[in-house]
Design a protein around this ligand. Structure first.
Ligand code: MN
Length: 496
């Protein structure tokens, strides 16, 4: 279904393309040996290359090339065996070279795609235009001094992948799902930590609007968004701004805008430069990058399982619904935890426990799956106890809470608290009889058609036995007992 935005002149369609800058996890920078640790003291991870001293020569970091290729393969994209580094010229205080080494006409990765998962269970394919390698710039710090700005060059030269989508995104929800899925893929293959608050992922969002079936109109680019929520707010604000302008007979300028989280608005930063403003040319310090197909194939061989493939395997092998599979694979360590518990057990039961009591305990205790409220082994053992009818599902919830409190294993708790479920029919019959005997009036009402009293009897037996009776066996015995009493009742019309 097409997403539309209502205006005074009819329906509008949103058109969004996203450029994601993703920092590559690498011990050293793209063209120098400097370290890349986040949070280091300013200007302590800077070499002569990173500050662009005269005569410096960049040397490409092979690890970063490999990571770009792995990412391209994970995006089902074409890997270009020849690519070229180019200088993108512009002046900025945190860019000592006066140019950024990037890739322009010949990027390392071409067309690919990302499958996004929508909340209704459907999927959509968003095209990838290209992925190229480039250097990050340094950081200008404007908030350290009332009248001075400072420059930290630790980030100068860190390897980035710029991943450019096609303008295939049609709503802010799709934009959120696209960036989320892209980050997930990067995390699965371990090329980027996907941490937006540390700036490992930064998004530039191109937004335009159009009437149905029209050619694309002028777009505005919103730069440097570092949170998914801000991105969604920026897109919605920008769409509304453009629609209002067109409907008042105004034109939209091609420009770069900034999103201000304080008031939820975008504002103009500068009119958008065209590519030729940057005077791109091939960097004479670097040879064209040539790869062999064999090298690429060897990397492909070693690519781990990706989120979409894992989701499919969860559906096929564990017979989970697409919804459950999606939730589990949405975090790699959650999916790992699930698989270690599900081994040799009923996967649906494991999934229900993880999404239910386990998830709410994690939330309540503000834990993550890497520091879970109970271990995978203990959760598995608890599920085994339910499966073998040692305890009921109801008692299991209580055991689970005690596991969290005491750190004991479920078996220890069941023994200590004498929670073992009663499945012996003789014992159950005795409890049933005693409840029926002390509630003869209710039994007569039941025979006279008040069917829902059956639940009352079950409840009374459970109460008297602290919920330890197996409910399936209890139902059977209670039904039989009531039936035989009914025969007597029909003969005498009296139970006494
Ligand atoms: Mn870029």
């Amino acid at each position: 279904m097409t997403h539309v935005i209502q205006g005074n002149t009819g329906d509008w369609e949103l058109v969004v393309g996203i450029e994601v800058h993703a920092q590559i996890i690498s011990k050293s920078k793209l063209f120098s040996g400097s370290a890349t640790n986040f949070g280091a003291d300013p200007n302590t991870q800077v070499s002569l290359i990173d500050v662009a001293f005269p005569g410096m020569l960049p040397v490409i970091n092979e690890h970063c090339i490999e990571q770009a290729i792995r990412t391209g393969l994970a995006l089902k994209a074409k890997i270009n065996l020849t690519s070229v580094f180019a200088r993108k010229n512009y002046f900025y205080a945190d860019l000592p070279q006066g140019y950024q080494i990037s890739q322009y006409e010949y990027p390392i990765v071409g067309n690919g795609n990302v499958v996004i998962d929508m909340h209704d269970g459907s999927t959509r394919v968003i095209g990838i235009e290209r992925l190229h390698l480039e250097q990050d710039a340094g950081k200008s710090l404007h908030d350290q001094h009332h009248s001075k700005s400072f420059i930290d060059l630790n980030r100068s030269g860190i390897a980035l992948m710029e991943i450019v989508s096609k303008p295939d995104i049609r709503s802010s929800e799709e934009a959120i799902n696209y960036v989320t899925k892209l980050c997930l893929i990067l995390q699965y293959i371990g090329v980027c930590n996907g941490n937006m608050s540390e700036g490992s992922i930064r998004c530039d969002v191109n937004v335009s609007v159009r009437k149905h079936n029209e050619a694309y109109r002028t777009r505005a680019e919103i730069k440097n968004i570092n949170s998914i929520r801000f991105m969604s707010q920026a897109i919605d604000y920008e769409a509304r701004r453009q629609i209002d302008a067109y409907e008042r007979g105004l034109q939209i300028r091609q420009e770069t805008r900034l999103f201000d989280p304080k008031n939820g608005e975008t504002r103009s930063m500068r009119s958008k430069e065209n590519a030729n403003d940057y005077r791109y040319f091939p960097d004479p310090d670097l040879l064209p990058l040539t790869l062999t197909q064999k090298y690429v194939d060897a990397i492909k061989e070693k690519l781990p399982e990706l989120p979409d493939e894992r989701k499919k395997r969860f559906i096929d092998n564990y017979k989970l619904s697409s919804y459950d599979a999606c939730l589990l694979v949405a975090e790699q360590s959650v999916a790992d935890f699930f698989e270690s518990v599900a081994k040799g057990r009923d996967p649906k039961m494991v999934c229900n426990w993880m999404m239910g009591d386990f998830a709410s305990a994690m939330k309540r205790m503000t834990r993550t799956i890497d520091n879970p409220p109970v271990s995978a082994d203990n959760l598995g053992e608890l599920i085994d106890l339910i499966y073998k009818n040692t305890i009921s599902g109801h008692i299991a919830k209580e055991v689970f809470l005690t596991m969290i409190e005491t750190g004991k294993t479920p078996t220890e708790i069941v023994i200590e608290k004498e929670l073992k479920q009663v499945t012996d029919s003789d014992v159950i019959e005795v409890s049933v009889d005693s409840i029926l005997e002390s509630n003869t009036n209710k039994v007569i009402e039941y025979f006279n058609g008040k069917d829902k009293l059956f639940g009352f009897f079950v409840g009374q037996v459970m109460k008297a036995t602290n919920g330890k009776i197996n409910p399936v066996i209890l139902n059977e015995i209670l039904k039989k007992r009531l039936e035989s009493l009914k025969v007597l009742f029909n003969e005498d019309n009296d139970l006494l």
